[in-house]
Design a protein around this ligand. Structure first.
Ligand SMILES: C[S@@+](CC[C@H](N)C(=O)[O-])C[C@H]1O[C@@H](n2cnc3c(N)ncnc32)[C@H](O)[C@@H]1O
Length: 391
């Protein structure tokens, strides 16, 4: 397969969007006939490895320069030292050099606003201009060659699909999983030697990263096919968990069901020992990009609250969310309804007064180091909820 086609009712994660076509190498079909791809996500522990990976990968350089003209290079660029916050709109700017804005047929040639000048928060240190990309996609055997034995711990291999109907979005890697993975690596103290639980884990990437420090990771989601794909990823990366003595257990946990499935006939069901371990030892819950449907958001918050009440210890939940803006006919405006519902659910959780627990909610500033390559856009947010006994 050298070309991927997308049906109009499928969605494609930004993490996979910028992969040049010729690098789409399918490894197999999954249980429902969808093409599965294998990607490597490299942990860039230091600036040198970040630079190396960029010079090794000419495709990534092309993507970078194509979408991100240097400030001042086009008609929208600002002279050195100019105040970006007072720049005119793209239309105003294009009028300055209208001759260069038209193509040969006289059509308007739209030049993108330089990335840095669209950032309104100029007080922050400038972020690296990186774009979501898959560093390599190859068959297993080739990937073994590319991940030298001396550095096996810096490459995470993930099987995923490229575009899916909405009900299968967990088979792709989402940007929020990469943000969450970065946070886990930054706050290793929170995870070190702990029992932790991921909700809506999808491909399992964040769980794999958590397992490099945690003792036990319960990696949960729904759907036999998705859970099988997730289990395969856990197995592909088992050496990462094993290096720190961690173990990942893939389990079904459906937010729409009050009880955990214990039927031994059903794959990824729970044993009584696992349930006891989960309730007795879990101190961290985490979830990435699970707020895209209001009913599911309600179900997830109910699950969070239910679990927090069942856990023996106080717990912290870390949630990543991307504020997606959509134009809706209903409002005739750009809205972010799923995000708004998420925020009001956070608010409701904080106001919940059931006597035994209280939930303290706070945003986490996304200023921690970025070890994975993706575009850490402002709309990508991280939230922390601490569930603790009421004084
Ligand atoms: C957008 S994907 C995010 C996947 C992964 N966390 C990531 O960021 O790459 C949303 C995930 O929520 C899961 N999900 C949806 N409904 C669920 C439910 N009722 N119970 C448990 N998980 C559910 C999906 O299967 C999917 O894996």
């Amino acid at each position: 397969m050298d070309e991927v086609t997308f049906r109009s009712d499928t969605v494609l994660s930004d993490v996979h969007l910028f992969t040049p076509n010729h690098r789409h190498l399918m490894v197999r079909l999954n249980g429902v006939g969808q093409p599965v791809f294998l990607s490597q996500f490299k942990l860039l522990w230091n600036r040198d490895s970040w630079r190396d990976s960029r010079t090794e990968d000419s495709d990534s350089r092309d993507i970078h320069t194509q979408d991100t003209p240097p400030a001042g290079s086009g008609s929208l660029g600002s002279p050195p030292g100019s105040d970006h916050s007072h720049e005119g709109s793209p239309l105003q700017a294009s009028q300055d050099g209208v001759g260069t804005q038209l193509d040969e047929d006289g059509d308007l040639d739209v030049v993108r606003r330089p990335w840095v000048s669209s950032d309104p928060d100029l007080a922050r240190p400038p972020r690296d201009k990186v774009h979501p990309m898959i560093l390599t996609q190859e068959e297993d055997i080739i990937m073994e060659e590319q991940a030298p034995e001396s550095h096996p711990h810096i490459v995470i291999k993930i099987e995923h699909t490229m575009a899916t109907p909405l009900e299968d979005v967990g088979k792709q890697v989402w940007r929020g999983a990469l943000l969450l993975a970065d946070y886990i690596l930054f706050r290793q103290d929170l995870f070190q030697g702990r029992t932790v639980l991921e909700l809506g884990a999808g491909t399992g990437l964040a769980s794999i990263v958590a397992a490099t420090v945690a003792q036990t990771v319960y990696c949960t989601d729904v759907g036999a096919d998705l859970l099988a794909m997730c289990q395969r990823n856990i197995t592909l990366n088992s050496h990462l968990a094993a290096a720190g003595g961690g173990v990942v257990k893939v389990k079904e946990l459906d937010w729409l069901k009050a009880d955990l499935c214990t039927d031994p006939e059903i794959p990824f069901s729970w044993s009584q020992e696992d349930i006891a371990d989960l309730y007795n030892h879990t101190t961290v819950l985490f979830a990435a990009e699970v707020f895209y449907d209001d009913d599911l958001t309600d179900a997830l918050f109910n699950t969070l609250s239910r679990l927090a009440h069942k856990l023996k210890n106080a717990c912290t939940a870390i949630l990543s969310v991307e504020k997606r803006l959509n134009f809706t006919l209903r409002h005739l405006d750009v809205t972010c309804e799923a995000y708004d519902h998420f925020r009001s659910s956070l608010h409701a959780l904080e106001k919940l007064a059931d006597g035994r627990l209280r939930f303290v909610v706070e945003p986490v500033e996304a200023s921690f180091p970025q070890l994975l390559m993706y575009e850490r856009i402002q709309q990508l947010e991280l939230w922390k909820i601490v569930a603790e006994p009421t004084p």
